[in-house]
Design a protein around this ligand. Structure first.
Ligand code: PB1
Length: 336
């Protein structure tokens, strides 16, 4: 006779009792939609490497966001994608151009979508001629001090334009403190959230994004400033450092291949007191999209399962290109 304590099936036989097993369930509030804003004002270009995603010019942005906003889109993160000739230089000096795509998009979105939370990714790679995320020395290695100074300037200028959060994806050492001090000096630290890409790992998962944002390094790679994929202790140290320097949220990126780090970051032994963000990056998006297209699995099923992974690991904020789909899928789930 099976012992009574061995019988678990009864506790999740029904759909509803299965839903009760979750510590937290996905809501639209948790979704942040990455957007590529280009400097051709009338552009609306599909992105081959990211099917269903677009490079959007400022004149097309409102019409693109409006239906999503009506469906319950709550937050976006903006990536400027300058495609015009002559914009890129050694120091990324146009990253915070007041007439540049990111600043113009912040202003437009603030004006037309009052309840939309607007985050700006802060990095130089889309604006540097060499494609690296910081300013380089003569020998091609990073000048960390100059880089964090520039990154902080860009972050403060995005905040001055009206964004609700800045998220530095550059991975320079000490940029969180530099940005926080800049926000404080500008009198903005009390109302602009600082989301740190604290544990961001180097690797092949960002290829589609670099194609979309035209931001691949012109030489070398990002292994000297993004974390090595085998690094658990270094990730812990980077998370602790960014907590010390004033981060308001700790992000792990990529997501699926680093759920162990998400879980550890959200534990009380590390950053359990912080909202934990996770970025389902372009390579994860493309992998799931194309696998579903190839018939390996149903797209909605696999994406909802990947969301469960992020939630189970402790994430509160999920950056995902599947946001538009999830807005519909969550409505469908609600009606079930
Ligand atoms: O979806 C993605 O792949 C995100 C890529 C990410 C944007 N924050 C970085 C990828 C890279 O290392 O090139 C951009 C770095 N500034």
């Amino acid at each position: 006779m099976t012992s009574p304590k061995s019988i678990l099936h009864g506790g999740y036989h029904h759909n509803l009792s299965r839903s009760w097993q979750a510590e937290r369930t996905l809501t639209k509030d948790m979704l942040m939609y990455p957007l590529f804003i280009t400097d051709d004002p009338d552009a609306f270009e599909s992105i081959d490497s990211l099917p269903g995603q677009y490079r959007i010019g400022i004149n097309k942005l409102q019409a693109f966001i409006d239906p999503l906003y009506k469906k319950g889109l709550k937050s976006v993160i903006l990536f400027g994608v300058p495609l015009k000739e002559g914009v890129k230089d050694a120091t990324g000096s146009r990253a915070d151009d007041p007439e540049g795509p990111t600043v113009l998009a912040v202003r437009l979105l603030r004006q037309h979508f009052p309840n939309l939370f607007i985050a700006c990714d802060v990095c130089l790679c889309e604006y540097t001629s060499h494609g690296h995320c910081g300013i380089l020395r003569e020998d091609g290695t990073l000048n960390n001090d100059l880089s964090i100074q520039r990154i902080a300037e860009v972050a403060v200028n995005y905040a001055k334009a009206g964004c609700h959060a800045v998220a530095p994806s550059d991975m320079m050492d000490g940029r969180i403190r530099a940005i926080k001090l800049g926000l404080m000096e500008a009198g903005l630290a009390h109302k602009v959230m600082l989301i740190s890409y604290a544990a961001k790992f180097a690797g092949p998962w960002y290829g589609p994004f670099r194609d979309a944002a035209n931001s691949a390094p012109s030489f070398g790679d990002r292994r000297c400033y993004q974390l090595p994929s085998n690094a658990r202790g270094l990730a812990r140290r980077a998370i602790k450092r960014d907590m010390e320097e004033g981060a308001d949220s700790i992000m792990v990126k990529p997501g699926l291949p680093y759920l162990d780090i998400v879980r550890e970051a959200s534990s009380d032994l590390l950053a359990g007191d912080y909202p934990i963000s996770v970025y389902q990056v372009s390579g994860e998006y493309a992998m799931l999209y194309h696998s579903a297209k190839a018939g390996v699995f149903d797209l909605k099923t696999i994406v909802m399962e990947s969301m469960n992974g992020f939630l189970r690991a402790g994430a509160t904020l999920i950056l995902t290109y599947f946001t538009p789909d999830l807005l519909d899928w969550l409505d469908e789930e609600e009606k079930r």
